[in-house]
Ligand binder design. Sequence first.
Ligand code: NAD
Length: 489
Amino acid sequence: MKQFRNYIDGRFVDSDRHFDDLNPVDGSVIARVHEADRAMVDSAIAAGRRAVNGPWGKMSVEGRAKILYRIADEMERRFDDFLDAEMSDTGKPHAMASTIDVPRGAANFRVFADILKTAPLEAYRTDLADGAHAINYTVRKPLGVVGIISPWNLPLLLLTWKVAPALACGNAVVAKPSEETPATATLLAEVMDTVGVPAGVFNLVHGFGPESAGEFITTSADIDAITFTGESRTGSAIMRAAADHVKPISFELGGKNAAIVFADCDFDKTIEGMMRAVFLNSGQVCLCSERVFVERPIYERFVAAMAERMSSMKLGWPGDKASNMGPLISSEHRDKVLGYFELARAEGATFVAGGRVPKFNDARDQGFWVEPTLITGLSDQARCMREEIFGPICHVTPFDGESEAIARANDTRYGLAATIWTTNVHRAHRVAESMKVGLAWVNSWFLRDLRTPFGGSGLSGIGREGGMHSMNFYSELTNVCVRVEGGAA
Ligand code: NAD
């Protein structure tokens, strides 16, 4: 049986507590995972502290950038290992893991090495009344040891999204991947080991949230900052834990994202885009559109075209290159999603497509699948319209006019993402700017330039990461103010 161990202070560490890592395609056991106890988490944090206080914390920008490039190179060299690990941990199709998860995981290190090398510092000259002046400039220093807690939906991509900028800024990290998806994080530890990242800079601990590694990280007085991606409810538990020691937090949380489709859209491209926006990763992307508002003249045609496309989706084995949808991550998560299907029925929804567990008559029947699902007929106040479901389901509803669409799309406590489909350039800008979200896409979805701010408002998170926003979160800034006597000669 494969073993996934912790990686602490440059060594792989066993534990006497274990849990199983399951393949959601057929429920089979992939590996035995070694759960870190509190002493292991504490020793990872202490190793991180030694690393930050040692040569790593003082390494030149060039030196750190070189190490980040080496990490990206080694990840690319082991591309197929990462691909296999991500596909068996999540069940996601080859088409997705090979084009998004693995390449973007490696790209995160390259992008933040580039940003590190070009990151500007602020400087201001202040003229003083007595003829002297002051020069202010900002020095960027590591925060220290950063706790990173990540989810299961894009395990490698979202972990490296935080590890890369944290290391770029000279921090050490103690990272905890989701208990559902420990495989690629363990491979990343192997990569760190191979390329010679100094001991203690990257520490990996496996386990769960409450009373396990997650909580041991977030409640530790010795962690200098916490960056978290996951559910809004978990974010509020972590915020409470972090409050005791007043430390920086960055939260990327859930969403209940709207799509607005205007009658003047390019219809075929919109259907293509919306199939992705609803069903990519079986709807398990925080950015997925669960509330779809369609202008009345094309509403019926839109619903029919989506249903038609859904009927030919291939729920296949991850290695099958034609497969375009995988299972949900776990049986617990499937129960949650099926619970929302039941609730939608009780709330009066019409199921236009899907709504059941598919039958395969092979080992996939032991996995955690649900059908791609499209519903209509709910009121905007229904629970299924207000709570994040995080599965392959959307609700489609008609609207009349721009202002109604904006008001209904913004009627949520979440504020992560929106996608707008129109060929009217004025409307596109007007509506995009009116969205109360961190990310508004026009005629596109999940199109990312890693230098741009990423994050949400309301229940969707606190702060922004990406490009310089990450550099600022993972750095402590010191302003140096120098009084200079006399004017220029
Ligand atoms: P989750 O909150 O259940 O778990 C995320 C991580 O937090 C896991 O590693 C888990 O072990 C840990 N954890 C759980 N409870 C904890 C606690 N009390 N203390 C410390 N750690 C704890 O989320 P999930 O189910 O893994 O991921 C799905 C959620 O993530 C969805 O809500 C989705 O919208 C959100 N998400 C958001 C973004 C974003 O960028 N905004 C991206 C991806 C996923």
